[in-house]
Design a protein around this ligand. Structure first.
Ligand SMILES: Nc1ncnc2c1ncn2[C@@H]1O[C@H](COP(=O)(O)OP(=O)(O)OP(=O)(O)O)[C@@H](O)[C@H]1O
Ligand SMILES: [Mg+2]
Length: 492
């Protein structure tokens, strides 16, 4: 298919417009000039007729009637008339430059010529040419009664014919000149418009297109040199700004990606190191634990308190080791359809004693008909428990812990569990770090709880986010896509 470019389209539009304007202008000028020349020729004919009238009046009285014919002939020789005639009131030709018709032919005169007593003129065709005709009645004078009927008001009429061909030739020549000038204007306008489009539009747009191709090929250093301050200039500027921001975003993304990879690498090595250390410590710790148990049996009542403290510290070490191992080597999730209510209930039961100690009220708000999610039951319970314990620990002076379950109609059905507390809250600078392993603000914390929770939630296809305000409390959101049985089976 023919696909004309912008330059061709504009040139065609301008060309057609200029051609139409020139054609209309030429047509009207031609019409006006035709009219003007016809009227001018007629006016000249009338003047000549007046002259002949004067001449005839004089000559007729002097009895040199034949002079009239000579006078008409002279006018014809000077191209003042094409044919000249003098007729009587019955139309009989008395004198004529066409001698053969004298006294042999009769002209049919319009009745108004002698009735209305005025000069008549019109146009007729003869021998393939246009003639302007003027008929001027000759008034009867007293002296005319010698030869003419004294009762008649007119003795006859002068009939002059003048060719319109010279006028038509002039008008045609002028029209042709106009057309030549029009063609010249057409070419000049075309060239000027073409140069303007190329210089002001096509070239700058092509420059932008070239740079766009470079950007498409992945070269984000492509820029269009600024050329003007008009719309094209603004387009260029917009393009440059867009590519610059694309370049910055890409660089930022690249940097962040690199950082993430480095972080992931670091975490992986920390995880490996941690799990190695955990294994190394776990066995001697088990030995210490067993030895402490033996000591506990033999210890005095005074030493039992010390042994109890050793036991508590061993348990804490064990918990840290378990966390480390969970974080560094999380087992693959065993995906099954889970009812979120059933998952949360036992975790709330586990957390309740701690909550009671610090006077924390637990409120559970979720309906029984929430859709199931596909997840590893045990892992998810651990993730929820970590968040529940954090919430309780954030309210050392009491407060309310609310667990809320709801369905969000995002593009796909999503189940959201919110664990909200009215505790101390998290400062903005700490909020960035709470999911990092080993970040803790607690005296006895490992800083692994939220890191493990996030790793579990993400492994189970969910997202975990936090909103918090210092002094007012924290809300942790866990979102999972609600899933169907067959998807669950497919995930397994
Ligand atoms: N609900 C909460 N309110 C206030 N701060 C919180 C809350 N949840 C987490 N945090 C902050 O995030 C930090 C990291 O939490 P995370 O659960 O990972 O470790 P931890 O609770 O300190 O230690 P552990 O979980 O081993 O007991 C906490 O030390 C605390 O500062
Ligand atoms: Mg915790």
């Amino acid at each position: 298919m023919l696909r004309p470019n912008l330059t061709t389209k504009i040139l065609v539009a301008v060309g057609v417009t200029v051609a139409v304007v020139i054609a209309i202008y030429t047509f009207f000028v031609h019409r006006v000039q035709s009219e003007w020349w016809r009227e001018r020729t007629q006016a000249q004919n009338v003047i000549t007729a007046t002259m002949v009238h004067e001449y005839i009046t004089g000559v007729m009285l002097s009895d040199h009637h034949q002079e009239v014919f000579h006078f008409l002939q002279q006018l014809q020789d000077k191209n003042e008339i094409w044919r000249g005639r003098v007729i009587d009131i019955n139309g009989n030709i008395i004198f004529s430059t066409s001698t053969q018709e004298v006294k042999h032919a009769t002209l049919v005169t319009p009745p108004e010529l002698f009735q209305e007593k005025r000069l008549l003129h019109g146009v007729r065709f003869e021998d393939g040419q246009q003639l302007t005709v003027v008929m001027s009645p000759i008034q009867s004078l007293v002296s005319c009664a010698r030869c003419h009927d004294a009762k008649q008001e007119f003795t006859g009429a002068i009939v002059l014919e003048r060719s319109l061909e010279p006028a038509i030739a002039t008008v045609t020549r002028n029209r042709n000149l106009l057309l030549i000038y029009g063609a010249l204007i057409f070419v000049i306008v075309g060239v000027v418009v073409w140069m303007l489009i190329v210089r002001l539009v096509a070239q700058p747009v092509n420059n932008v297109l070239k740079q766009m191709d470079r950007v498409r090929a992945g070269d984000l250093t492509a820029r269009v040199p600024a050329q003007s301050h008009d719309e094209i200039g603004r387009l260029t500027e917009g393009f440059n700004t867009m590519v610059e921001s694309l370049q910055n975003t890409t660089e930022e993304l690249h940097e962040s990606h690199t950082r993430q990879i480095q972080q992931a690498g670091k975490l992986a090595s920390i995880g490996e190191l941690a799990s190695g250390i955990a294994h190394e410590i776990r066995n001697p710790l088990a030995g210490i634990g067993a030895a402490v148990e033996v000591l506990a049996e033999k210890s005095s009542a005074q030493d039992r308190e010390i042994v109890g403290e050793i036991r508590r510290q061993i348990n804490r070490l064990n918990a840290t080791l378990r966390g480390l191992l969970d974080f560094s080597r999380p087992s693959e999730p065993e995906i099954v359809p889970c009812d979120i209510g059933e998952l949360i209930k036992p975790m709330l039961a586990l957390a309740r004693p701690d909550a009671q100690k610090t006077n924390v009220q637990i409120v559970a708000e979720y309906s029984a008909d929430l859709p199931p999610i596909c997840a590893d039951r045990q892992q998810l319970q651990q993730a929820i428990l970590n968040v529940l314990l954090n919430a309780i620990q954030a309210m050392p002076n009491g407060g309310t812990l609310t667990v809320h379950g709801e369905v969000l109609e995002k593009p796909n059905q999503t189940l959201r569990v919110t664990i909200r507390d009215t505790g101390v809250g998290i400062s903005p600078e700490n909020r960035e770090r709470i999911f990092s392993p080993f970040f803790t603000t607690k005296h006895r914390g490992t800083g692994l709880g939220l890191a493990i929770s996030r790793s579990i939630v993400e492994k189970n296809g969910g997202v975990i986010t936090v909103e918090s305000e210092v002094g007012r409390g924290t809300a942790v959101f866990m979102e999972f896509p609600a899933c169907k049985q067959e998807v669950c089976n497919a995930k397994k």
